[in-house]
Design a protein around this ligand. Sequence first.
Ligand SMILES: [Zn+2]
Ligand SMILES: [Zn+2]
Length: 165
Amino acid sequence: MSEPTAFSGGCQCGAVRFCAHDLNDDAHICHCRMCQKAVANAFISLVSVDTDRLEWTRGAATEFFSSAKTARGFCARCGTPLYMRDTDGTKVFLTIGAFDEPDRVPPRRQVGNEGRRAWFASLHALPGNATTEEAWPEGAAAIKASNRQHPDHDTEFWPPEGRIE
Ligand SMILES: [Zn+2]
Ligand SMILES: [Zn+2]
Protein backbone atom coordinates (compact mmCIF):
# COMPACT_ATOMS: atom_id res chain seq x y z
CA MET A 1 0.00 0.00 0.00
CA SER A 2 1.13 3.52 -0.66
CA GLU A 3 1.64 6.07 2.08
CA PRO A 4 -1.35 8.24 3.12
CA THR A 5 0.04 11.35 1.42
CA ALA A 6 0.25 9.51 -1.90
CA PHE A 7 -2.35 10.11 -4.55
CA SER A 8 -2.71 7.53 -7.31
CA GLY A 9 -4.59 7.82 -10.55
CA GLY A 10 -4.51 7.20 -14.25
CA CYS A 11 -6.34 7.14 -17.52
CA GLN A 12 -9.61 5.39 -18.25
CA CYS A 13 -8.04 2.32 -19.86
CA GLY A 14 -5.24 1.98 -17.30
CA ALA A 15 -2.31 2.04 -19.73
CA VAL A 16 -0.96 5.16 -17.98
CA ARG A 17 -0.88 5.33 -14.17
CA PHE A 18 0.73 7.80 -11.79
CA CYS A 19 1.46 8.33 -8.13
CA ALA A 20 1.83 11.84 -6.74
CA HIS A 21 3.86 11.59 -3.53
CA ASP A 22 2.83 15.08 -2.41
CA LEU A 23 0.40 17.57 -3.83
CA ASN A 24 0.75 21.32 -3.71
CA ASP A 25 -2.06 23.32 -2.12
CA ASP A 26 -3.29 24.78 -5.40
CA ALA A 27 -6.25 22.65 -6.51
CA HIS A 28 -8.39 24.74 -8.83
CA ILE A 29 -10.63 24.77 -11.83
CA CYS A 30 -9.77 26.72 -14.98
CA HIS A 31 -12.46 28.04 -17.30
CA CYS A 32 -10.12 29.26 -20.05
CA ARG A 33 -10.94 28.22 -23.58
CA MET A 34 -7.72 26.25 -24.03
CA CYS A 35 -8.44 24.15 -20.94
CA GLN A 36 -12.03 23.65 -22.08
CA LYS A 37 -10.80 22.27 -25.38
CA ALA A 38 -8.11 20.14 -23.76
CA VAL A 39 -10.74 18.16 -21.84
CA ALA A 40 -13.69 18.89 -24.18
CA ASN A 41 -15.66 20.07 -21.20
CA ALA A 42 -16.83 23.30 -19.56
CA PHE A 43 -13.73 23.55 -17.35
CA ILE A 44 -10.67 21.62 -16.26
CA SER A 45 -9.84 20.70 -12.66
CA LEU A 46 -6.15 20.61 -11.77
CA VAL A 47 -3.74 20.25 -8.88
CA SER A 48 0.02 20.46 -9.14
CA VAL A 49 2.77 18.15 -8.01
CA ASP A 50 6.46 18.97 -8.10
CA THR A 51 8.07 17.03 -10.91
CA ASP A 52 10.40 15.18 -8.55
CA ARG A 53 7.43 14.02 -6.47
CA LEU A 54 5.55 12.55 -9.43
CA GLU A 55 6.08 8.92 -10.37
CA TRP A 56 4.67 7.33 -13.52
CA THR A 57 3.90 3.83 -12.31
CA ARG A 58 2.71 2.44 -15.64
CA GLY A 59 3.16 3.56 -19.21
CA ALA A 60 3.72 7.12 -20.35
CA ALA A 61 1.52 9.94 -21.54
CA THR A 62 1.68 11.44 -25.00
CA GLU A 63 1.98 15.22 -25.19
CA PHE A 64 0.29 17.81 -27.33
CA PHE A 65 1.81 21.29 -27.16
CA SER A 66 -1.16 23.63 -27.07
CA SER A 67 1.36 26.48 -27.22
CA ALA A 68 5.13 26.79 -27.13
CA LYS A 69 4.78 27.21 -23.38
CA THR A 70 2.29 24.48 -22.47
CA ALA A 71 2.25 20.71 -22.93
CA ARG A 72 -0.92 18.68 -22.42
CA GLY A 73 -0.46 15.02 -21.52
CA PHE A 74 -2.99 12.35 -22.41
CA CYS A 75 -3.22 8.59 -22.91
CA ALA A 76 -2.68 7.84 -26.59
CA ARG A 77 -4.66 4.63 -26.23
CA CYS A 78 -7.89 5.88 -24.61
CA GLY A 79 -7.57 9.66 -24.87
CA THR A 80 -7.93 10.57 -21.20
CA PRO A 81 -6.43 14.01 -20.44
CA LEU A 82 -3.93 13.55 -17.61
CA TYR A 83 -2.02 16.78 -17.09
CA MET A 84 -0.75 20.12 -18.29
CA ARG A 85 2.69 21.53 -17.66
CA ASP A 86 4.70 24.61 -18.46
CA THR A 87 7.62 23.63 -20.64
CA ASP A 88 9.97 25.65 -18.41
CA GLY A 89 8.32 24.71 -15.13
CA THR A 90 9.10 22.29 -12.31
CA LYS A 91 5.51 21.26 -11.67
CA VAL A 92 2.95 19.08 -13.42
CA PHE A 93 -0.74 19.95 -13.07
CA LEU A 94 -2.66 16.69 -12.92
CA THR A 95 -6.35 16.45 -13.87
CA ILE A 96 -8.29 15.84 -10.68
CA GLY A 97 -10.82 13.63 -12.47
CA ALA A 98 -8.02 11.18 -13.27
CA PHE A 99 -7.30 10.59 -9.57
CA ASP A 100 -8.51 7.34 -8.00
CA GLU A 101 -10.06 9.40 -5.19
CA PRO A 102 -10.98 12.81 -6.60
CA ASP A 103 -12.82 13.78 -3.42
CA ARG A 104 -9.45 14.00 -1.67
CA VAL A 105 -8.57 16.98 -3.90
CA PRO A 106 -11.33 19.60 -3.71
CA PRO A 107 -10.72 22.69 -5.87
CA ARG A 108 -10.17 25.87 -3.83
CA ARG A 109 -10.43 28.57 -6.50
CA GLN A 110 -11.36 29.37 -10.09
CA VAL A 111 -9.13 30.88 -12.76
CA GLY A 112 -9.45 31.69 -16.45
CA ASN A 113 -12.78 33.30 -15.68
CA GLU A 114 -12.91 35.12 -19.02
CA GLY A 115 -13.88 31.77 -20.54
CA ARG A 116 -16.47 30.75 -17.96
CA ARG A 117 -19.54 29.36 -19.68
CA ALA A 118 -22.73 31.33 -19.12
CA TRP A 119 -24.51 28.28 -17.71
CA PHE A 120 -21.80 27.24 -15.28
CA ALA A 121 -23.35 28.95 -12.25
CA SER A 122 -26.65 27.10 -12.58
CA LEU A 123 -25.27 23.57 -13.07
CA HIS A 124 -25.89 22.52 -9.49
CA ALA A 125 -29.61 23.32 -9.84
CA LEU A 126 -30.25 21.14 -12.91
CA PRO A 127 -32.93 18.49 -12.42
CA GLY A 128 -31.86 14.87 -12.66
CA ASN A 129 -31.87 11.41 -11.22
CA ALA A 130 -29.68 10.67 -8.27
CA THR A 131 -27.82 7.79 -9.92
CA THR A 132 -27.25 6.25 -13.35
CA GLU A 133 -28.86 3.04 -12.07
CA GLU A 134 -32.06 4.96 -11.38
CA ALA A 135 -32.02 6.94 -14.61
CA TRP A 136 -31.03 4.15 -16.99
CA PRO A 137 -31.03 0.73 -15.29
CA GLU A 138 -30.70 -1.41 -18.42
CA GLY A 139 -27.87 0.74 -19.75
CA ALA A 140 -26.07 0.71 -16.41
CA ALA A 141 -26.30 -3.10 -16.29
CA ALA A 142 -24.95 -3.45 -19.84
CA ILE A 143 -22.03 -1.16 -19.07
CA LYS A 144 -21.24 -3.01 -15.87
CA ALA A 145 -21.25 -6.35 -17.72
CA SER A 146 -18.66 -5.21 -20.25
CA ASN A 147 -16.82 -2.50 -18.32
CA ARG A 148 -13.31 -1.83 -19.71
CA GLN A 149 -12.52 1.06 -17.40
CA HIS A 150 -9.51 0.49 -15.18
CA PRO A 151 -10.51 0.21 -11.51
CA ASP A 152 -9.81 3.13 -9.17
CA HIS A 153 -6.72 1.54 -7.67
CA ASP A 154 -3.37 0.19 -8.82
CA THR A 155 -3.35 -3.32 -10.25
CA GLU A 156 -0.55 -5.83 -10.54
CA PHE A 157 -1.24 -6.71 -14.17
CA TRP A 158 -2.44 -4.77 -17.17
CA PRO A 159 -4.60 -5.18 -19.08
CA PRO A 160 -6.75 -6.92 -16.49
CA GLU A 161 -7.56 -10.35 -17.93
CA GLY A 162 -10.82 -10.44 -19.84
CA ARG A 163 -11.35 -6.70 -19.75
CA ILE A 164 -9.43 -5.45 -22.76
CA GLU A 165 -8.62 -7.39 -25.86
ZN1 LIG B 1 -5.60 5.01 -21.35
ZN1 LIG C 1 -6.81 27.18 -18.51
